[in-house]
Design a protein around this ligand. Structure first.
Ligand SMILES: Nc1ncnc2c1ncn2[C@@H]1O[C@H](COP(=O)(O)OP(=O)(O)OP(=O)(O)O)[C@@H](O)[C@H]1O
Ligand SMILES: [Mg+2]
Length: 619
């Protein structure tokens, strides 16, 4: 039996350092957090060789008194808490009194500091621990050299300079986003990389994540009692293939927490393709007593006292902001420039085909919307099995022929008046339809310029949202006069038997009439005219593939989405201008209308400036 013996202090520190100092980026995190806790307004970071050879952080915070320099580097010594009550209500980033000691056990550390009220600065170096006078106007400089010189085995796990530098820069960005009021500078091997002045939160987000992110993001700010959530969530068009733009801060601390990530993911579930990742910067603030930050060695996870409540709060806040109907951006866009010369209303000859048949007034458009709604309720547009084949000659080479539904300024598409405050205000956000392109896209003109709509995707989203809201609970069923007999696979037969109750709740009355034949005796009313065999098979497929544990709600939504897809207007179906305008109006009123159920965009805006750029006008 080997003897039990107490470990030497240095070895204890080195073991503990394993948890705190995983790589240069974790050193940077600890040192930056100390600067924040010291109340710094400005922080400068210099990294040599990815922070391995040298990592230097200078702040203008409160500094450390000469007498306390050795304590700053000692284990379990902290100025931030003194009792258990303090720990439970901790607001500072640090509280263990562990970080500098851990770093000093695996690297050479020099601490130079001048306490706020002191006449001179002092320095302490580890190993050794001698204290000597130094020159420093204020604050603290932490110099970390030769990381892992003392533990060569760990050094082997370090990656290349670009990788380690990259991790450090990530850390730097997190701090920058968490503290917009902080002036920050980052130098890499002597070259200045970032210099960010103190900024408003929105400005800082743009500095760190780029204008591209801010342009695609929606701001949110929600308060529920003592809990506050603010930040930016990107619309699905911006979302990423990687999880590299996900920033969640709890009381100013960056966390990567399962509960929070899950709540965000759920909020995006309905609009995001599963292979994509949401992009967001979110800051949650709450009473520090309601959250335990002392559960993870790197403090990257937290535990909420009311986990469920927080999950629901975040989910609903995000779901709401992501669902908001068509971006105010389109509505708020500047009126089309005067250079866009529209013929005065009525001046252009109306397209002969539509002459006389179309409404001119706003009322006409509303009527058309009503007609469209009617068409949807008896799914004329949704007759999946009966879509119109392309008209002869309609599809030109490459299928890119435009059906000129109506010329600019003619009746169906009320000409956009030239800039005049009242008339401009009357133009709906997505404007009026101009034409249909290749049986796939609807072209419309709004105040900002040209709008392109993927009509199937847009219609699908509208149907889906309507199914979800109108059909409170389950879709109403309609008995079929003559049951439809559908040939299915053996697997489908089994699925139908197993999920009979679910199918029934969804309005599908299905009964076996042969070894591989199902009779469909009723279907959801809205789909009475869809292609029933396809619809049934698709539903059975989904039922068979989904793990049984999945909640009925999700299943229902997926089925509604399937229904919406089957019900949505197919390509090559030629829409009348009134139908196109009605589609645009429906999109404006529809939640989440900016993306189809699969997270693809349903429309894009080409502003006059975009078009001018395309044609190199005004250069
Ligand atoms: N940049 C700084 N400015 C002023 N004081 C500092 C600075 N860095 C460290 N200190 C002092 O040194 C002490 C030890 O720092 P250290 O990071 O090791 O522990 P901590 O921040 O208290 O807790 P944690 O281990 O959770 O980070 C701090 O409590 C603080 O008093
Ligand atoms: Mg600390």
């Amino acid at each position: 039996m080997p003897h039990i013996q107490v470990l030497p202090d240095l070895l204890i520190s080195q073991i503990a350092a394993g948890e705190v100092v995983e790589r240069p980026a974790s050193v940077l995190k600890e040192v930056l957090e100390n600067a924040i806790d010291a109340g710094a307004g400005s922080v400068e970071v210099a990294l040599d060789d990815g922070g391995v050879r040298r990592l230097r952080v200078a702040d203008d915070g409160c500094g450390i008194a000469r007498a306390e320099l050795p304590l700053a580097l000692a284990r379990h010594a902290t100025s931030k808490i003194a009792s258990l009550e303090d720990l439970e209500a901790v607001q500072s980033m640090g509280f263990r009194g562990e970080a500098l000691a851990a770093i000093a056990s695996v690297a050479r550390v020099t601490l130079t500091s001048r306490a706020a009220d002191a006449g001179e600065a002092w320095r302490i170096s580890m190993p050794g621990g001698e204290i000597a006078p130094a020159a420093l106007a204020r604050g603290t400089v932490v110099d970390v050299e030769d990381l892992y010189y003392a533990t060569p085995a760990r050094r082997k796990f370090l990656k290349s300079e670009p990788t380690e530098y990259g991790h450090c820069e990530d850390m730097f960005r997190r701090i920058a986003l968490a503290r917009p009021e902080l002036k920050l500078q980052l130098t890499r091997n002597g070259r200045l990389v970032h210099r960010w002045l103190a900024a408003a939160p929105a400005e800082r987000v743009a500095q760190v994540l780029g204008e591209e992110f801010t342009a695609a993001a929606r701001a949110l700010e929600v308060q529920a009692g003592p809990v506050h959530l603010s930040g930016y969530v990107a619309l699905p068009a911006y979302t990423r293939a990687a999880r590299d733009a996900q920033y969640f801060f709890v009381n100013g601390r960056f966390v990567r927490d399962k509960l929070l990530t899950h709540a965000v993911r759920e909020a995006y579930a309905d609009i995001l393709h599963e292979a994509r990742h949401p992009a967001y910067v979110l800051a949650l603030t709450l009473d520090p007593r309601a959250v335990d930050v002392n559960v993870h060695p790197a403090k990257i996870e937290v535990r909420f006292r009311d986990a469920r409540g927080i999950h629901q709060f975040i989910y609903h806040a995000l779901e709401r902001v992501l669902a908001e109907p068509l971006s105010a951006a389109a509505a708020a866009a500047p009126a089309v420039a005067a250079s866009f010369n529209l013929p005065p209303p009525g001046a252009a000859p109306a397209h002969p085909r539509f002459q006389g048949e179309l409404a001119v007034s706003e009322g006409g458009v509303t009527q058309a919307a009503q007609r469209y709604f009617d068409a949807f309720a008896l799914p004329r547009l949704g007759a999946a099995g009966t879509f119109t084949p392309p008209a002869a000659g309609a599809a030109g080479p490459g299928g890119a022929a435009a059906h000129a539904a109506v010329p600019l300024g003619a009746a169906a598409a009320p000409a956009l008046p030239r800039e005049s405050p009242d008339s401009a205000a009357a133009v709906p956000p997505l404007g009026y339809a101009l034409a249909q392109l290749a049986g796939v896209y609807v072209l419309a003109q709004n105040r900002a310029g040209l709008v392109l709509v993927d009509m199937h995707a847009a219609h699908e989203r509208i149907l889906y949202e309507r199914l979800k809201s109108v059909l409170d609970g389950m879709p109403a069923a309609q008995k079929l006069l003559i049951p439809a007999v559908v040939a299915v696979s053996a697997r489908d037969m089994a699925t139908a038997a197993e999920h009979a109750a679910t199918l029934d709740r969804l309005g599908f009355d299905v009964a076996p009439v042969g070894p591989q034949e199902l009779a469909l005796r009723s279907v959801p009313q809205l789909l009475a005219r869809a292609h029933l065999p396809d619809l049934l098979r698709a539903l059975l497929e989904e039922l068979a593939d989904q793990p049984a544990s999945r909640v009925v709600e999700v299943r229902r939504n997926e089925m509604l989405a399937t229904m919406a897809c089957h019900g949505a207007v197919r390509a090559n179906r030629q829409l009348a201008p009134a139908e196109m305008n009605a589609l645009l109006r429906d999109m404006e009123a529809c939640e989440r209308a900016d993306q189809c159920n699969h997270g693809r965009p349903t429309w894009v805006q080409l502003s006059m400036a975009d078009l001018d750029r395309l044609f190199m006008r005004g250069r």
